[in-house]
Ligand binder design. Structure first.
Ligand code: MG
Length: 308
């Protein structure tokens, strides 16, 4: 079995991109198995050791909402927050920000919605009302010198509303950036997006004057489109890609085992394209299988399976 792809580098691709690893937070949050805090801390230090440059650690959400992440405070204490350049924690509200500041976190992420239905269900706010909730959190974080990433979910489709207008995605995304987010992660939360749609959304932000450097993409592989969509974004100049080791995390809004784009699958593609990620693929695959044993489930990643 060949262990690395042949490198054929097309012109006009970035030299290097950042993979923003979401396995410990988004991945484990959506797995039914609750992983002990020591295993999570070990997982994060293994992910740091394979060369990832950004790892989202956990979420300071109320423990009753997400039991899988109820150990967030303990985990952040157990983790070396200087292990890699970016180790953000998701923060839903002021209380979460206070906890992040106490813990010495240097970057937070907030989680917004591009649709009315998801804003109501996930945030208990209207589409427009969510910004008033985020404003003091983002301002407080920025005043304390923290970097803020904004997630925008349901950018390519919503399980309750169906299609989502591109103009609505662009206007909600711009409002998150205007609050003070330095990066906006465009989420295909249910994995329904296709490459032309990705082009339209990223083009919509470009037309609105948002620099592509501020955009990240968060694709789900529910319908097998994640890598095509990632390649489309790469060709349009996006250099930050969310992915989850082993594809950890099913899709919370579909009866599907396949959720987040698997980090290994993305790394293989980027390696073949001659785009640097800094990630040691074999070491990442070993980490993914180590984690798979702990949650008692094989990884969804094709590459992790092929390279086992
Ligand atoms: Mg996800």
């Amino acid at each position: 079995m060949k262990r690395v792809p042949q490198v054929v580098r097309p012109p006009d691709l970035p030299e290097r991109v950042t993979i923003y690893e979401v396995g410990p937070r988004d991945g484990l949050q959506n797995e039914s198995t609750v992983v002990p805090v020591e295993v999570k801390a070990d997982f994060i230090s293994r992910l740091a050791a394979v060369g990832l440059q950004a790892i989202e650690v956990t979420s300071f959400v109320h423990p009753a909402w997400v039991p899988q992440l109820a150990d967030a405070g303990e985990l952040v204490e157990a983790v070396d927050l200087d292990a890699v350049p970016r180790m953000p924690v998701l923060v839903p509200n002021q209380r979460g920000l206070d906890r992040a500041l106490e813990a010495g976190v240097r970057e937070i992420a907030i989680f917004g919605s591009a649709t009315e239905a998801f804003a109501q269900r996930n945030l208990n706010r209207s589409l427009d009302g969510q910004f008033a909730m985020f404003e003091p959190v983002v301002t407080g974080a920025r005043d304390a010198g923290l970097r803020v990433r904004g997630y925008l979910s349901m950018c390519f489709g919503d399980p309750w509303e169906g299609d989502v207008p591109v103009a609505q995605v662009v206007s909600t995304g711009r409002q998150l950036l205007e609050l003070g987010c330095s990066e906006l992660s465009l989420g295909d939360t249910i994995g329904v997006g296709t490459p032309g749609h990705v082009e339209a959304v990223i083009g919509g932000f470009a037309d609105a004057g948002v620099p592509v450097e501020q955009l990240a993409v968060h694709f789900h592989d529910t319908f097998g489109q994640a890598l095509s969509n990632a390649l489309t974004a790469l060709r349009l100049g996006v250099t930050t890609f969310d992915a989850s080791a082993g594809g950890l995390g099913g899709c919370p809004y579909a009866e599907s085992a396949t959720g987040n784009l698997a980090t290994e699958d993305l790394v293989w593609q980027l390696a073949g394209l001659g785009v640097e990620t800094g990630v040691d693929l074999q070491a990442l695959v070993a980490t993914t299988w180590w984690m798979a044993e702990r949650i008692g489930k094989p990884p969804a990643s094709r590459v992790a399976t092929a390279l086992r």
